[in-house]
Design a binder for this molecule. Structure first.
Ligand SMILES: NC(=O)c1ccc[n+]([C@@H]2O[C@H](COP(=O)([O-])OP(=O)(O)OC[C@H]3O[C@@H](n4cnc5c(N)ncnc54)[C@H](OP(=O)(O)O)[C@@H]3O)[C@@H](O)[C@H]2O)c1
Length: 278
């Protein structure tokens, strides 16, 4: 199992073109021999590659532009790596997206892409690379979930459900893979200022700039630093920042009836607003 001072032979990071993925690449670069960066925006990956090369001239970097919501493109990623004889010793399943708003009025293409990227791609990549990790004698998987994985969230229903899957899958996989010397760490951030909010919002609404979000907001640098520390110390799960960890602890002991009552306030609020309008 890894510990402080450990070097990764090869780290594959999904969603490296922005936000947390970009930061994972930046912070893993000094402790990794080879980075594989995956996302759709190849130009952003190239930009990151050039930036990292100036700081770490010996670091090997492979950029793979692919849409992870498409199973054929995921297979293409696997072929690219197999042809170069690359097996990641660390897989960072970070790519993801959200959609904020009522499920009824959601755009199906976006919902489908969210399910594919947040759950299917994460599962497919894990399934594919685990075999190579076992052959190499071990490895590490870091899954980026969310604080949202802990409870059902009206207006964020599908996103929260996809992240509940990620957290549950990571915990079970960790136990299964222990005998193969593969560690699985799940990171559950609260709000982080990245491109996430703009993509999740359907309009110009500033939902992700409310006082609640500002209070909990943690810089991407801290989320990544704490999650790499957790990975190196073989932690099962981490909630970066003490505020988010405290909130997670509170949510975890709440009975489901309390969560339902809290969630129902949303409907009372909209009813009140409707009656006020009349
Ligand atoms: N920011 C937050 O508040 C927050 C909180 C909790 C958890 N998270 C999780 O953190 C992870 C990273 O998100 P972020 O905050 O860094 O958001 P971000 O800045 O929007 O980054 C998302 C990344 O995912 C990639 N991605 C999205 N769809 C993809 C697709 N179809 N194929 C390949 N790559 C795709 C994007 O790359 P391309 O667009 O170039 O494809 C981008 O690099 C996500 O799993 C998210 O759910 C974020």
């Amino acid at each position: 199992m890894p510990e402080e001072g450990h070097r990764f032979t090869c780290a594959l990071i999904t969603g490296a073109s922005s936000g947390l993925g970009w930061e994972y690449a930046t912070q893993l670069a000094p402790i990794t021999n080879h980075l594989v960066l995956v996302a759709r925006r190849g130009d952003k990956l190239q930009e990151l590659q050039e930036l990292l090369h100036t700081k770490h001239p010996n670091l090997e970097i492979l950029c793979v532009g692919a849409d992870l919501s498409d199973s054929a493109q995921r297979e293409w990623v696997f072929t690219q790596l197999a042809e170069k004889n690359i097996t990641p010793s660390l897989l960072v399943n970070n790519a993801g997206l959200g959609d904020y708003g009522e499920f009824t009025s959601s755009n199906w293409d976006k919902i489908e892409a969210m399910i594919e990227v947040n759950m299917t791609a994460l599962t497919h990549l894990s399934h594919h690379f685990i075999t190579g990790m076992i052959t190499q004698g071990g490895g590490h998987i870091l899954n980026v979930s969310s604080l949202a994985s802990l409870l059902p969230i009206p207006d964020f229903a599908v996103y929260a459900a996809t992240k509940a899957y990620v957290t549950s899958f990571g915990e079970a996989l960790r136990t299964e893979l222990r005998e193969h010397n593969i560690s699985v760490t799940t990171v559950c951030p609260g709000p982080v200022k990245t491109g996430f909010g703009d993509i999740a919002s359907r309009s110009e609404e500033k939902r992700f700039e409310s006082d609640f979000y500002k209070e909990l907001d943690v810089p991407a640098e801290q989320v990544v630093r704490e999650s790499i520390h957790a990975l190196l110390n073989n932690r099962a799960r981490i909630y970066p920042s003490w505020k988010v960890a405290l909130l997670a602890a509170g949510i975890s002991i709440l009975p489901i009836v309390a969560i339902r009552s809290f969630n129902s306030l949303r409907f009372r609020k909209s009813t009140t607003l409707e009656s006020t309008d009349e």
